[in-house]
Design a protein around this ligand. Structure first.
Ligand SMILES: CC(C)(COP(=O)(O)OP(=O)(O)OC[C@H]1O[C@@H](n2cnc3c(N)ncnc32)[C@H](O)[C@@H]1OP(=O)(O)O)[C@@H](O)C(=O)NCCC(=O)NCCS
Length: 384
């Protein structure tokens, strides 16, 4: 391959849209032996970044052929301990190289070009997330580009049954107003790693369906924390309707999953009164709800997190095409055992890698080596 012919330029919707969509359709992400999720951006290739404060998409062309794409976004978020906790973060995502042009240095060139945009915009750190067994991606970022392994949160995916689940009669679920939710997040989560400074923009976005709290029936919570009083145990989460932006589709699935899907659908058809869950059809494009900003306090809060997840599941049953609920939680988070998920659809260790963009002798350079400042990690729904 002659590198001189490679041209990298900004994405132009008029010129590149159809070819980028085609490339996305042809690219599997991750190792080929396991379940593979394809994304369907429904005619809008920048849908995954366009809700971020700043974003960019680059394309690589060889002659008239579009051979690669990459996307990036920039935001201000918590990285260090207070008081100087905020840093400018550049997120790298959506790197895809056409299968026939891989291993020719195009992926590397695209990342380097995106990093130039980060530097021009005063970014402190660049970071990216990948499956830990995506060898090509891990080698590219860690060996070639000097990124360091940072955190390994788990992506937990749960199928949405057509039937609503029964919530515990001892649990009260209440929806917060956006101002109440923003107040609570700023009060409780500003020191959480990667907490976005513009949380208000996320909560006000039309894709954010709301924030809910769960607490035990009988306890009162009129002020929702504004008076400093909270129930003895409570949990909170927000929901983002990712399915309105893009769809997912399963590429391969373990045989056990396929067989169970078929049998359970058959039984469901013949004996609808059976309480066996019918597994959704994951082979046609489907949407999902992303649960973010999960927080819990008090001895019984784990159970309340579970109740909130059921509540979200029931909301999802009413949304056309919403076939899974998804969340991403830090490796050691207390709430993890309380979130229902399917192992075969989930990713136990999503690998986050980070790289300092500034050559300053400061604690910044130590960041990848430091243990998490808190056990929790805020996963921005705009970056899913
Ligand atoms: C990951 C991907 C973007 C790499 O793009 P690429 O253009 O083939 O990568 P490059 O040619 O620039 O490779 C640079 C380095 O990455 C590593 N690398 C790339 N492909 C590799 C592979 N298949 N196996 C092992 N290492 C690999 C190597 O270290 C390579 O350097 P080298 O060729 O000098 O050994 C490409 O394989 C792809 O599109 N994969 C599917 C989508 C995906 O997984 N994206 C990443 C999501 S974060």
């Amino acid at each position: 391959m002659v590198y001189g012919e490679l041209k990298i330029r900004s994405y132009d919707v008029q010129i590149h849209r159809a070819r980028v969509e085609d490339l996305e359709r042809r690219c599997e992400v991750g190792p080929t032996k396991r379940v593979v999720l394809f994304t369907d951006t429904m005619g809008d290739p920048i849908c995954r970044i366009k809700n971020s404060p700043m974003y960019k998409m680059l394309i690589a062309e060889l002659g008239s052929e579009l051979v690669g794409v990459i996307q990036g976004s920039i935001k201000l978020a918590t990285v260090h301990k207070p008081p100087k906790n905020l840093a400018k973060l550049g997120y790298v995502l959506g790197l895809r190289i056409a299968p026939l042009h891989r291993r020719n240095g195009i992926g590397l060139r695209l990342v380097l070009e995106l990093e130039k945009w980060f530097v021009a915009n005063d970014v402190d750190y660049a970071y990216m997330a990948t499956e830990k067994d995506n060898e090509a991606s891990v080698n590219l970022f860690i060996k070639k580009l000097g990124y360091a392994k940072f955190r390994t949160p788990a992506i937990l995916v749960n199928p949405v049954d057509r039937r609503a689940l029964r919530l515990s009669s001892k649990t009260e679920v209440a929806k917060l107003r956006i101002e109440e939710a923003e107040f609570l997040y700023r009060k409780l989560m500003t020191s959480t790693e990667f907490f976005p400074d513009d949380i208000g923009n996320i909560l006000r976005n039309r894709l954010s369906l709301g924030t809910w709290v769960a607490y035990q029936r009988g306890e009162s919570w009129d002020g929702f924390g504004s008076d400093g009083k909270f129930p003895s145990s409570w949990a909170m989460l927000s929901v983002w309707n990712s399915g309105e932006l893009f769809k997912l589709r399963l590429g391969k699935a373990p045989l056990s999953c396929l067989i169970y899907t078929k049998i359970s659908r058959l039984i469901d058809k013949i004996f609808p009164c059976f309480k066996l869950s019918a597994i959704p059809d994951f082979f046609s494009p489907f949407g999902f709800y992303f649960m973010y900003g999960l927080h819990l306090e008090g001895p019984l809060s784990g159970k309340l997190v579970g109740d909130l997840c059921q509540f979200v599941h029931n909301m999802a049953t009413k949304t056309k095409d919403c076939k899974v609920t998804v969340t991403e939680v830090g490796g050691k988070e207390m709430l993890r055992p309380h979130i229902p998920y399917w192992k075969s659809l989930s990713c136990p260790e999503d690998l986050w890698c980070i790289k300092a963009m500034k050559n300053e002798e400061s604690t910044i350079l130590q960041l990848p080596k430091t243990p998490p400042t808190t056990t929790s990690l805020f996963v921005d729904p705009r970056e899913v």
